[in-house]
Design a protein. Structure first.
Length: 312
């Protein structure tokens, strides 16, 4: 699961931000190591370790702060110079820079171009090449239901939702209530899922919503998911393709301070090969090795990079 732009515990987060914001740029420039960080979630750990391993193989001195914290903490650390590079998602540019309703954020190419230009201009941050994997909010159906009714896209889902009692969806309160989530799907695909066919589960953990759908808890057969969730295949869920772009696009890419990239320019092409290789299905499988099989994220990252010939 990836973390979107938002805090966890207000008091602790405020304290972290105060500390991070106090780090002077001069201290960052004086460091002899490149500080690699990531968000605290499974995919953040995987991608953060990939970045660190590639830089280490290039002979770049690395300090690892992988799985540092939620989005706000890690982003503030990068802008302030506390860290040097971490994997971020293009769609979070909508929250960093706004406006959230700009259609540019719902197209893979324009979302990347927009956040890349704005971060370069405002913060001296460089977005390296992105992965062709959209880790956005999506809806997945239990595999037997999807196969039986031949459901593969959100158009198919909308038609099924129009039939009484066909769909029962598990999601978080944010997913159900936020205009950018389920209501956006309903608006774009012209359907309205009766709220007595929606089960709101506490928190935003897709592992919980996916298990509810897979196990048929309280009749649930559909779930809020993120596109690259590792348990999707393991739980035999089928993601409904968002063919009309109802959701903001969240493709991961390394974001690095310009001064660091100038010092170590070879990191750009090396990381471009890594992230360019990461399709949605590959990320789902790699995340599953961590979240489902319990393997350490650094080991999963190293094995993948070695198998793909990306640690040469």
């Amino acid at each position: 699961m990836k973390t979107r732009f938002g805090g966890r515990v207000a008091a602790a987060l405020g304290a972290c931000l105060l500390v991070l914001a106090s780090v002077p740029e001069a201290a960052a420039q004086a460091r002899d190591k490149v500080v690699v960080a990531s968000k605290i979630d499974t995919e953040g750990g995987l991608l953060g370790h990939m970045i660190a391993l590639v830089l280490e193989r290039q002979g770049i001195p690395v300090e690892s702060r992988v799985q540092l914290g939620p989005t706000k903490v890690v982003r503030t650390a990068l802008v302030s110079g506390e860290i040097d590079i971490y994997p971020e998602y293009t769609g979070n540019g909508a929250f960093f820079h706004g406006p959230e309703d700009d259609p540019a954020w719902k197209s893979a190419g324009s979302a990347y171009d927009k956040v890349k230009a704005l971060d370069q201009e405002k913060h001296g941050l460089v977005w390296l090449d992105r992965a062709p994997a959209n880790n956005t909010w999506l809806i997945a159906l239990r595999g037997d239901v999807a196969r039986r009714d031949k459901l593969a896209t959100m158009e198919d889902f909308a038609k099924a939702a129009a039939r009484p009692s066909t769909i029962k969806l598990a999601g978080s309160a944010e997913f159900v209530e936020s205009p950018a989530a389920l209501p956006s799907f309903e608006r774009v695909y012209s359907f309205k899922l009766p709220r007595d066919q929606v089960v709101v589960l506490p928190g935003g953990d897709t592992a919980v919503t996916m298990r509810a759908a897979a196990q048929g808890v309280s009749g649930v057969n559909a779930a809020m998911v993120y596109g690259t969730d590792g348990a999707i295949a393991a739980l035999d869920l089928v993601v409904m393709e968002d063919t009309k772009g109802a959701q903001i696009v969240y493709e991961p890419a390394p974001v690095v301070r310009a001064q660091v990239l100038q010092r170590y320019p070879a990191m750009g092409p090396a990381l471009a090969k890594v992230f360019g290789s990461l399709s949605m299905t590959k990320l789902q499988a790699l995340n599953a090795r961590i979240a489902v099989e319990g393997r350490p994220a650094r080991d999963v990252a190293r094995t993948y990079l070695e198998q793909e010939g990306l640690l040469r």
